[in-house]
Design a protein around this ligand. Structure first.
Ligand code: SF4
Ligand code: SF4
Length: 100
């Protein structure tokens, strides 16, 4: 049986836990607005963006959604403002702005 760690509470039976509390499912990060921590904010200039999609896979917070082979605007609920996407964009289409 899989352990859903978000549902462990005082009523959880030890028989229901996985060995070593190993996790076999996604965590709970999507349930939290981790973007609240952001001190710098990436902004895309759409006229410069060539949709090369190099920025999307390097985002450590999966905050650059891609649909139909095109990147969409940032998921600011979860983007923590690390600036990696701006650093990798070969067309300088992403600018980091101070603040949220
Ligand atoms: S600033 Fe960092 S967390 Fe935010 S979208 Fe870019 S790579 Fe992802
Ligand atoms: S890396 Fe730059 S040009 Fe490529 S999709 Fe991302 S923002 Fe657009």
């Amino acid at each position: 049986m899989r352990t859903d760690v978000s549902k462990i509470n005082e009523k959880t039976r030890h028989q229901d836990l996985t060995e070593g509390l190993m996790m076999f499912a996604g965590g709970t990060s999507k349930e939290f607005n981790t973007g609240e921590w952001r001190t710098n904010t990436p902004v895309v200039e759409w006229d410069k963006c060539r949709q090369c999609l190099l920025c999307a896979p390097v985002c450590p917070d999966s905050s650059i959604p891609v649909k139909d082979s095109k990147r969409l605007d940032f998921d600011y609920d979860h983007c923590k403002g690390c600036g990696i996407c701006a650093a990798v964009c070969p067309f300088n289409a992403i600018t980091m702005k101070e603040g949220k």
